[in-house]
Ligand binder design. Structure first.
Ligand code: ADP
Ligand code: MG
Ligand code: MG
Length: 874
């Protein structure tokens, strides 16, 4: 015997743990049925997601056995309701509702009032004594069925309704009389027939079969596919279908339909909120045809139903231990609950709910923490546009780094620096940004680009520094020569003021008021809980004393990555750095380095003073030298111009160009950088180590210093540079292992494989997951935006960019291997991670699992990391 799969589950059988099978909506309807009792939840059954999976697999054909199981389900529903589906005297009507595992609002299809036909509409009128209800429902059914099942364009139905309203001289559909509704329904059916070539199906069983297939089909619709791509929902989950007895919010004045939140959905304040409409059905509340009324007014209209609803909201919240978002309908004064789910909420509401829930005794701190979406928390750390402000949008782009900013437009990093030094607020506008522009990021209030996405250089750096940024605002034309921004007829010249909201991706010329986030006592409490629960340490990636102070403010336990190259980029350093690179003899080079030494020493002293007693991990110079020199094409043009003008600086420029060409490598990211640079030019590292040791000796209390060697492949590399560190240290009477630690960055696959050998010489490892991802996958991280990755995401070859969330199966496996081998080489080795992934909640969960000691991320992501680390530990 072949055992047939079971596809159909009555609401009374399911529970909230069955989301995978029943979808979120079905599982929660079942749960509500148990918790609130069957009088409050219209009865029905769920066709499982497995049926949808089978339907997709078998080329959109209904799986064997489904029809019979649905027929049984309908029979059970009929006997409970005491009515037959589509009966001509007293019809049972049902809704056919989609519902995937995770909610996909508005993406999938739902059909209401199924079972109506030319006869049962009369039966419904007679049995309810409400002819208007019957015809209003029938016209809705023909409209929804025609649109969803047979693809008749929704606009065609709307045209007919519009004409009917005109003829009747009314503004809303609900003001249409019975005759008008009958006429509309007839026209709808004629439209249906003209569009499909078939008469509108009259057989309720056929209607049901077609509706179920249409809901399955909607899973494969473009809209749904796109939504899943954006929200990282797998295509193979499928949707469940809920068949549920209809209740009628369109039954006249004592009836209503609405949505409600157990607490304010924007602020999280503990008062129910929501919208409702009297005498309405289905999507009327959200569709915008009528303007819904605020929930509290329901208390005046239908006081008993309102009181009951408020009580139920509390019951559901207590039962689920989370803020709820429900759909309800009142039929002739009687309340029905049609759906409940955890409410989506902005960061401020999430924090408010968590804290209030603990104070109310609803949740323990651990459970309260689990209700927060850690990734959304950075919205709380930046000012935003005043939500009540009115303004004209100039352009939209990618919301790349949250927060709002206002200032004069500048077009270069130098201008930004100069303006900031004069105390002016500026927005740095560039087509795209590069390493050279970084000083401008510090100086600017906000960043605007016309190219790139969330992972572009501008976006990464802006987020790292906590600067608001709108990137990829492609409608704008930033003309660097004319120093203007153009859009249509509008021209914004350098010095004119604009405002951007990097959390919303908006650019405007209006002077929008900003609201400051301020220190938020509730948020601080959440973070305090997080610190109690988390096992992972949290450090910050910070290069300057200002960054370090920011990091401390956000709860850093130390610095996990200080990138010393930023110390060479500062305006007063660049010429010295160039002189060092351009030096022809070692003596010349040492002379140039000697000038940099005191500056670097000052930098380190500042850093040590900002973070007394906490670990500070300093990475020796990492990027290839050519990054400190001008762009080769630009330089070649300057040489050409100098030649044309016979300018006196020609020889110097020519020499520079020659050097740039000589230093240039075909693959600089795989070239002379990191420890390779330190080995080829030991004098650079020696200067840096000298500056670090001098600063350490000059600081009280002595710093908790960790010196990190980047891009190591071979233990011999590590040994050679370790010797250099030890030698310089000993000149200052400092001892490795006691006064400072020396470790290595693990960012090449080979380093993972030989981690046991490296560990013998290293006090710590820090996983540089950006480079490790780049080298493990062979994806250039500088080309993620422009290259093939977007089309991989588009085609679902990738769910997320591996540079945002760690590729667990690949890069993650390397990390795990290196952890195991590293500990085998040295049991007490300290293990951290300092790539972009250190601020990503999903990656943090992984790092917790594999047993790292800490994560390090940009100061502004620390609160996220603290909460995510706590969630990982719970
Ligand atoms: P969505 O997922 O788009 O919200 P739903 O399946 O929840 O779609 O249905 C949309 C609306 O249709 C619900 O909010 C509710 O107002 C109405 N509805 C669904 N089922 C019923 C029912 N059995 N009785 C009355 N109204 C219903
Ligand atoms: Mg719904
Ligand atoms: Mg690196």
């Amino acid at each position: 015997i072949v055992t047939q799969s079971r596809y159909v589950y009555d609401f009374a059988e399911g529970s909230r743990d069955m989301r995978e099978l029943l979808g979120g909506k079905g599982a929660n309807i079942a749960e509500m049925t148990r918790v609130l009792g069957p009088e409050l939840v219209p009865a029905g059954f769920t066709i499982s997601t497995q049926a949808c999976v089978a339907f997709m697999r078998d080329d959109r054909t209904e799986p064997a056995g489904l029809a019979a199981q649905v027929a049984d389900g309908i029979a059970r529903l009929e006997s409970r309701a005491g009515r037959l589906l589509g009966d001509s005297a007293d019809p049972l009507l049902v809704s056919v509702r989609s519902g995937a595992r995770d909610s996909m609002p508005g993406m999938l299809e739902t059909i209401l009032d199924l079972g109506l036909n030319d006869e049962s509409v009369l039966g419904l009128a007679a049995s309810t004594g409400n002819e208007r209800l019957a015809w209003d429902s029938y016209r809705r059914f023909v409209q929804m069925f025609g649109n969803v099942v047979s693809g008749v364009p929704g606009a065609r139905f709307e045209e007919i309704l519009l004409a009917a309203r005109r003829r009747a001289g009314v503004r809303e559909d609900r003001e249409l009389g019975i005759d008008a509704l009958k006429d509309v329904t007839r026209r709808f059916r004629t439209l249906y027939e003209a569009h499909t070539g078939d008469p509108f199906p009259q057989d309720p069983q056929q209607q049901l079969r077609l509706a179920i297939a249409a809901v399955f089909d909607s899973w494969l619709g473009d809209r749904a596919v796109q939504y899943r791509r954006i929200n990282h929902i797998p295509d193979d989950w499928g949707t469940a279908v809920n068949v549920q007895q209809m209740v009628f919010g369109n039954r006249g004045a004592g009836s209503a339909t609405g949505v409600a939140f157990s607490r304010d959905e924007i602020t999280g304040a503990p008062d129910p909120s929501g919208d409702f409409l009297l005498d309405a059905q289905g999507e009327d509340v959200v569709s915008g045809v009528r303007t819904p009324r605020p929930l509290h007014e329901l208390a005046d209209e239908l006081p008993e139903a309102y009181a009951r609803l408020v009580k139920i909201l509390r019951t559901l919240e207590q039962h689920y231990g989370d803020m709820q978002d429900v759909e309800f309908t009142v039929e002739a004064g009687r309340l029905y609950m049609l759906q409940t789910r955890s409410a989506k909420r902005p960061a401020q509401a999430a924090v408010r709910f968590a804290v209030d829930a603990v104070d109310e005794g609803l949740l323990t701190p651990a459970r309260a923490l689990a209700t927060i979406d850690a990734g959304a928390l950075d919205a709380l750390l930046h000012p935003t546009f005043d939500p009540d402000a009115r303004f004209e949008v100039l352009a939209r782009g990618v919301a790349a780094s949250p927060g709002a900013a206002k200032g004069e437009v500048v077009f270069t990093a130098e201008e930004a620096v100069t303006a900031a030094a004069q105390g002016r607020d500026v927005i740095l506008a560039r087509p795209f940004t590069e390493a050279d522009d970084v000083a401008g990021f510090h100086a600017a209030r906000g960043i605007l680009t016309t190219e790139g996405g969330k992972a572009s250089h501008a976006a990464l750096v802006a987020r790292g520094m906590g600067r608001p940024a709108v990137v990829g605002a492609g409608e704008l034309d930033i003309d660097l020569r004319a120093r203007v921004i153009r859009i249509g007829d509008v021209v914004v010249a350098a010095g004119e003021r604009i405002a951007i909201d990097g959390g919303a991706g908006i650019v405007t010329r209006d002077d929008v008021p900003l609201v400051e986030p301020g220190r938020n006592a509730r948020f601080e409490r959440v973070l305090t809980w997080a610190d109690e629960f988390r096992r992972l340490g949290v450090r910050a990636n910070a290069d300057t004393p200002a960054d370090a102070l920011k990091a401390l403010e956000h709860g850093a336990e130390g610095i996990g990555l200080c990138r010393t190259e930023h110390m060479f980029m500062a305006a007063d350093r660049q010429p010295k750095m160039r002189a060092m690179i351009m030096a022809r003899t070692e003596a010349e080079r040492r002379a140039a380095l000697a000038e940099l030494l005191p500056l670097q020493q000052q930098d380190f002293e500042g850093l040590f003073a900002a973070m007394p007693g906490r670990p500070i991990t300093i990475r020796l110079l990492d990027p290839p030298l050519h990054e400190f020199l001008p762009d080769r094409v630009e330089l070649a043009q300057r040489v050409q111009r100098a030649r044309d003008e016979q300018a006196p600086e020609l020889p110097a420029l020519e020499q520079e160009l020659e050097l740039v060409l000589r230093l240039g490598e075909v693959n600089p990211m795989l070239g002379t950088r990191g420890c390779r640079l330190g080995i080829v030019h030991p004098e650079i590292y020696e200067m840096q180590i000298e500056a670090i040791m001098r600063a350490a000796c000059a600081s009280a209390p002595p710093p908790h210093l960790e010196i990190m060697i980047p891009l190591v492949d071979y233990d011999a590399e590590l040994v050679e540079l370790l010797d250099l560190v030890v030698e310089v240290g000993s000149r200052h009477g400092l001892t490795a292992g006691k006064d400072y630690l020396v470790g290595t960055m693990i960012e090449l696959p080979r380093a993972c494989f030989v981690a046991d050998r490296l560990a013998v010489h290293a006090d710590f490892f820090s996983f540089g997951t950006n480079d490790l991802t780049q080298t493990a996958l062979g994806f250039s991280r500088d080309d993620v935006e422009a290259g093939f990755v977007p089309s991989y995401l588009e085609r679902r070859l990738l769910d997320r960019s591996p540079f945002e969330t760690i590729d667990e199966a690949g890069v993650g496996a390397l990390v795990e291997l290196a952890v195991a081998r590293g500990r085998a080489g040295r049991a007490d080795i300290e293990l951290g991670i300092c790539g972009e992934h250190g601020g990503d909640p999903d990656s943090i969960a992984f790092f917790d699992r594999v047993g790292l000691d800490y994560v390090s991320c940009s100061p502004y992501r620390l609160p996220i990391a603290r909460v995510a680390a706590a969630q990982a530990a719970l």
